[in-house]
Design a protein around this ligand. Structure first.
Ligand code: UFG
Length: 334
């Protein structure tokens, strides 16, 4: 039987496909290639190009393939864009998941692991954040992920679909082998932006606010290595196979780094100057997000081994040096 990976051509989804195949699983990918890349597809996976909101298309994939479980990454995930285009986010993230759950219920597929986000918490009252912290998203992206979690909860009650929701903190890095990596267009994430500045693809990095209530005034985030993050998905899948109950887990490092600290670490890793300029705060940015991942460690047995700032930057840097234009062979990456 196969694992169906929705969004398997994206940054995180393609890492999941590679690690599932490394672990001996059979993988079927669905991706509409709106933000994913053909070049990121694994040659051993079966690929269907299409949109999860098209129920006939999705149903036909479940009918053709023998699907045991689903790992769901197919979503829009830019906080800023979600503020400008909230309905796009509700349509793709919430309605897309609704269609998926409907087809899973019809086709008797009972296990799903999916990506949620630290953005469900908004500005947390207590750091490190535990899963029991109140959920008060500050932006539509976080709201759609929280709604997806609630939808899964009720589908679980009605249809017996068991789910694990993984609330990611700041995902970065790449596989050591360097064949896949992060290539968003436009790029908004801090680490690729810093590395693009190191490659002189950008003149500088703008620090979004240096007047936060943090030791150096810049925002603090919890960076998790994408390979460790995917290990958590594999463990979550095994947990469901072993009869585990539906649940929600934070996936982070329990450690926070400021924007300035990350720029400093990147200068050490790359040996490049990396010019940084102070700019305005970005709307919707909480000052500090640091996870408690104790629950994932205790319940899933998650043991991150690559999650430290240096290793994350080294692996991301290897990808960026080898692919300065991302998946394009040449050209201008926005
Ligand atoms: N930042 C800058 N300059 C940049 C880009 C980012 O200073 O050019 C800062 C941001 O203000 C933030 C930090 O770097 O403080 C990290 O920003 P990212 O955009 O890399 O990541 P976010 O923390 O905004 O977003 C991440 C995930 C989202 C998720 C969110 C939860 O990418 O999917 O965490 O808040 F929703």
């Amino acid at each position: 039987m196969s694992i169906l990976v929705l969004g398997g051509a994206g940054y995180i989804g393609s890492h999941a496909v590679h690690q599932l195949i490394d672990a001996g699983e059979q993988v079927v990918i669905v991706d509409n290639l709106e933000t994913g890349h053909k070049e990121a597809l694994h040659p051993k996976a079966t690929f269907y190009q299409g949109d999860i909101r098209k129920i006939d298309f999705l149903r036909s994939v479940f009918q053709k393939e023998s699907i045991e479980s689903v790992i769901h990454f197919a979503a829009n995930s830019l906080v800023g864009e979600s503020v400008e285009k909230p309905l796009k986010y509700f349509d793709n993230n919430v309605y897309g998941t609704q269609v998926l759950l409907q087809v899973m219920a019809e086709q008797n597929v009972k296990q799903i692991v999916f990506s949620s986000t630290a953005a469900v918490y908004g500005e947390p009252k207590v750091v490190p954040i535990q899963e029991s912290e109140q959920t008060k998203p500050l932006n539509p992206y976080g709201e759609t992920k929280l709604t997806m979690e609630k939808m899964c909860h009720w589908a679980s009650q009605a249809h017996g679909i068991k789910y694990v929701s993984l609330r990611y903190f700041n995902v970065a890095g790449a596989r050591e082998s360097g064949e896949i990596g992060e290539d968003h267009r436009p790029e908004t994430h801090l680490i690729p932006i810093i590395l693009e500045a190191a490659l002189e693809k950008r003149s500088h990095v703008t620090i979004f606010g240096d007047d936060y209530h943090t030791p150096d005034g810049t925002c603090i985030r919890d960076y998790v290595h994408v390979v460790d993050l995917i290990d958590a998905h594999l463990l979550a899948l095994q947990y469901l196979r072993d009869g585990g109950d539906s649940d929600v887990f934070n996936i982070g490092s329990n450690q926070g780094f400021s924007v300035k600290e990350m720029i400093h670490a990147a200068r050490e890793v790359t040996g490049k100057e990396i010019i940084a300029k102070n700019g305005e705060r970005r709307i919707g940015d909480p000052s500090t997000l640091v996870a408690s991942s104790t629950k994932a460690k205790e319940v899933l047995g998650w043991n991150p081994t690559k999650t430290n700032a240096r290793k994350i930057l080294e692996d991301a840097w290897r990808w960026h040096v080898a692919h300065p234009y991302g998946y394009d062979k040449e050209g201008i990456k926005e």
